[in-house]
Design a protein around this ligand. Structure first.
Ligand code: HGY
Ligand code: MN
Ligand code: MN
Ligand code: MN
Length: 414
């Protein structure tokens, strides 16, 4: 089999060009679902796909599928890919390494004269980040059937725009019922992604083989108090929604520490205060909470205990609390055959690796519902992600793409 060469200079240049499509100044990247910036980035990607000589299609919510046609295109395909949307003030490698790296792996295979038996398909999933509608992985959820169209149509963004109006604004008018793919569409799916933790870097390893993805959940607590004039209402007469929220945030931390393990993480990442005026007692607060664990039952036990504690705080303070569950997903396990294929490609190339769990979720979490799935991790500097100083070196990106290309080649021939 002829040597494959990865054009890392072209790939690094494309990662820089893609990063320029952002609603915040460099080095940060902000690219939110169906915004003009998102559309420009997608148009850029489509041009790269066409230049590579691959065909592409887009589904009714904007997942992009670029196909490297196999000798037998009717066979279930080999999929790879990730996302290009970025939370506010993020970095330039989260997701994009799996998209542009996947494209380069396909180009390298094509340049080497290889034509797969099975078609190889690059997926660019829509809305892996929860930024706009509060739920992550919208594209892969719908594609795998984990999110039904009628559920998605209930979503509203922070400006109360409906999912369908936002979709139409992005130019997507197709039938949502056609997004879901059968569990025969893909023979396998492998995603390349930065680790977003410091383990590989600490171990001095260039590759992580992901054996499982932690179980994510997120919810909102809508807290309603009484509000009033900051100067006129005496302390004993107050029902201050923000003070209740503050106590609840600390009790979330305590519940995770008391009832979870080191594998349980809880974050209060979103706080909206109303009316948010310096001389007005907060009457309403919305808390956005992210709770994860590699074990779903333990996560849900922690969830119950923190909700009970939150209710007790609200009772004591005379605050009304409404829970809005956003997602409560099971973890996913990688397919053993794919794990072996990644490991054997590393061994063939003399690349050291370690098996590991992903604590961040990815589109692979949902692809695992319709295809054997696994992930390849590369290190990122100090494990930093979702920050402008997120960084992955050209050497590590090249190694990740080289392993991915070998895996796609092997799977494409099965
Ligand atoms: O939050 C996550 O784990 C993913 O990066 N959206
Ligand atoms: Mn992310
Ligand atoms: Mn990501
Ligand atoms: Mn992710």
């Amino acid at each position: 089999m002829t040597e494959m060469n990865i054009d890392i200079d072209a790939l690094m240049h494309e990662l820089e060009e893609l990063a320029a499509f952002s609603d915040t100044p460099p080095p940060s990247v902000t690219r939110v679902l169906w915004t003009e910036t998102d559309q420009k980035a997608r148009a850029y990607l489509k041009r790269r796909i066409e230049e590579a000589g691959f065909s592409w299609r887009e589904d009714a919510i904007g997942n992009i599928f670029a196909t490297f046609e196999g000798k037998n295109p009717r066979l279930p395909k080999v999929g790879t890919g990730s996302h290009i949307d970025a939370i506010p003030h993020a970095g330039k490698y989260d997701g994009t390494v799996g998209v542009l790296g996947g494209l380069e792996a396909m180009r390298a295979l094509k340049r080497s004269g290889f034509q797969p038996r099975r078609s190889i398909e690059l997926l660019v999933f829509n809305a892996e980040e929860p930024t706009r509608f509060g739920v992550g992985c919208l594209g892969s959820r719908m594609l795998s059937g984990a999110l039904k169209p009628e559920e998605a149509l209930k979503f509203r963004d922070q400006d109360h725009m409906s999912f369908d109006d936002a979709r139409a604004q992005g130019g997507f008018l197709g039938d949502l019922g056609k997004v879901q793919l059968s569990d025969q569409h893909y023979f396998a799916f492998v995603e390349l992604h930065i680790e977003q933790m410091p383990n590989l870097e600490k171990a001095g390893l260039p590759i992580g083989v992901v054996t499982a993805i932690a179980a994510p959940s997120s919810f909102k607590l809508h807290l309603t108090g009484q509000g009033g004039h900051a100067g006129a209402v005496l302390m004993p007469d107050r029902k201050d929604a923000f003070l209740a929220a503050s106590e609840i945030a600390l009790c979330i931390e305590q519940a995770v520490k008391d009832h979870g393990t080191i594998d349980t993480v809880g974050t209060v990442g979103l706080v909206q205060v109303h009316p948010n005026a310096i001389n007005s007692i907060p009457s309403k607060v919305e808390l956005g909470v992210d709770l994860r664990d590699i074990e779903a039952t333990r996560r849900d036990r922690v969830l119950q205990s923190l909700l009970q504690a939150a209710e007790d705080i609200c009772l004591k303070r005379g605050i009304r609390m409404e829970l809005e569950m956003l997602n409560q997903d099971p973890p996913s396990k990688s397919d053993p055959m794919l794990v072996k294929t990644i490991q054997s490609n590393c061994e063939k190339l003399g690349i050291p690796y370690q098996n590991m769990v992903s604590r961040a979720y990815h589109d692979s979490l949902f692809m695992a519902r319709i295809a054997p799935t696994a992930m390849i991790f590369i290190p990122c500097k100090d494990g930093i992600s979702h920050r402008p100083d997120e960084y992955a070196s050209p050497e590590h990106i090249r190694t990740g793409v080289e392993v991915l290309a070998g895996v796609l080649r092997d799977l494409g021939e099965v």
